[in-house]
Design a protein around this ligand. Structure first.
Ligand code: BGC
Length: 453
């Protein structure tokens, strides 16, 4: 692969990865904005819940819709549409003066996020050469974490005057970047071949793999061997091969959320306050710290995934998450409100986020985009994304209730126990996909299911 081709494919992945910014920014900004929206628009607790929940629920259904849409119209177009829908939603939500308008515009934002999160990783994995696919798909997760960090900082900047409309409206900027960039990017060569556009697919491959005709022929043959006449139907997700792959994909979609990452992302300041620190600035600093560790360790993952492989990082990360959840629970159980407790609790929080960022964070999105056969890939990945958003919503909704029911230590120990289950799941079921062509990964699941690929 020549330098030009390499540069082209990295650029393509980086632009599509911006899809993650939409998701990260909204995740990070809503808590700060809500502090002011609730008094400005006079929202009840129920209405606040509605406004927050609108995005994950919209995203779950947007993801489902994105599956068939990106088979019919192509991955690239769905990403471009997601950016425009997001811009519309962000601007209307910034101008909203009633709960109804705010809720509807946030459902629209959610649908856009669902489109982007179901389609961008699939698009990237379809343009990427196997040896750097881990790194390229992880650009999506990197954008998610950068989006969260930027939102924390924007939240801080607009907080003194309570300018929530700016906080929400600024979300349109990354979407504008995404739209502007994606319009210039090529369509997925795998989608082009699946829809019979061989000539166009070869032209794209020449751009992102280099001019070597023989290499292009080999890749085209390999892809064509796996493709039927047209994209598969939803019912094909029930075949033995797909069941084997979906067990891994949906399992990771659920486990990524039920190990509690978003309790930390959404509630870091609250958790820090539980340790007895009651200055608002320390609590906010904790959020920024969490944001920085999340970005920094995602960069580490990006550099290691294609060298060390997916499985070692996954197992080390999940072990670290389980250990730090346990020590977080311990800090709450044993400690009085003293310095040692605070140090252990904050140290555990940071270790937890770092461990997530090298494992379940990027690796769920990566595997969700690479373990399904081309015929059913976009629908299966959409189902994985849908599942991830539903569980994201459920965990965020139940976290404070769980603390009421089990106490702080009990709640974190429950997440630690789920971390243990996650470790066993990954150890037993998650295959190594490093350096493999997407078509070889399909063959691995066919072997597991005892059928011919
Ligand atoms: C998860 C999000 C989470 C984020 C944190 C993503 O991979 O899907 O739910 O907020 O990572 O970095």
């Amino acid at each position: 692969m020549g330098d030009d081709a390499r540069r082209n494919v990295i650029m393509t992945a980086a632009i599509a990865g911006l899809g993650g910014l939409l998701f990260g920014y909204d995740t990070g900004i809503i808590a700060s904005a809500m502090l002011f929206i609730r008094s400005d628009l006079g929202l009840s607790s129920f209405e606040q819940g509605l406004v927050v929940a609108a995005v994950p629920v919209g995203a779950a259904f947007g993801a489902l819709l994105a599956g068939p849409l990106s088979d019919k119209r192509g991955r690239r177009l769905v990403i471009i549409v997601s950016a425009f829908v997001f811009i519309a939603g962000a601007l209307v939500s910034a101008a909203a003066d009633s709960v109804a308008v705010l809720t509807i515009s946030r459902i629209v934002i959610g649908v856009a996020i669902g489109f982007a999160s179901a389609t961008a990783p699939v698009y990237i994995s379809e343009v990427a050469p196997p040896e750097i696919r881990g790194r390229l798909v992880t650009m999506f997760q990197l954008a998610v974490t950068i989006g969260i960090l930027v939102a924390y900082v924007v939240g801080l900047a607009f907080e003194p005057n309570g300018e929530w409309r700016w906080m929400l409206g600024l979300g349109a900027l990354p979407a504008l970047l995404l739209a502007g960039g994606m319009i210039k990017m090529p369509r997925s060569p795998r989608w082009l071949l699946m829809t019979g556009q061989d000539y166009e697919a070869r032209a794209v491959l020449a751009k992102i793999r280099g001019p070597n005709q023989h290499e292009i022929d080999v890749e085209v043959d390999e892809i064509k061997a796996q493709v039927g006449e047209e994209p598969g139907r939803w019912s094909e997700l029930g075949t033995p091969l797909m069941r084997a792959a979906l067990t891994v994909g949906l399992g990771l979609a659920i486990l990524q959320q039920v190990t509690g990452i978003n309790t930390v992302i959404y509630y870091a300041p609250t958790i820090v306050e539980y340790t007895g620190i009651d200055s608002a600035s320390s609590a906010i600093l904790a959020s920024i710290g969490v944001g920085i560790v999340n970005v920094g360790m995602t960069v580490v993952a990006l550099r290691l995934l294609d060298r060390a492989g997916r499985r070692p990082l996954l197992l080390i990360g999940v072990a670290g998450m389980t250990f730090s959840l346990f020590t977080l629970g311990l800090a709450f159980e044993l400690g009085d409100e003293d310095t040692v407790t605070s140090v252990v609790a904050i140290g555990s929080l940071m270790l937890f986020v770092a461990s997530f960022a090298i494992s379940l964070g990027p690796i769920f999105w990566l595997l969700n985009s690479e373990i399904y056969p081309l015929r059913t890939r976009s629908k299966a990945a959409a189902l994985g994304t849908f599942t991830n958003w539903i569980f994201n919503f459920a965990v965020s909704l139940t976290f404070l209730l769980l603390i009421d029911a089990l106490g702080q230590s009990g709640a974190f120990w429950l997440y630690a126990a789920i971390g243990g289950v996650t470790f066993v799941f990954c150890q037993r079921l998650v295959p190594e996909t490093k350096d493999k062509h997407l078509e070889e990964i399909e063959a691995e699941f066919a072997r597991r299911a005892g059928v011919a690929a």
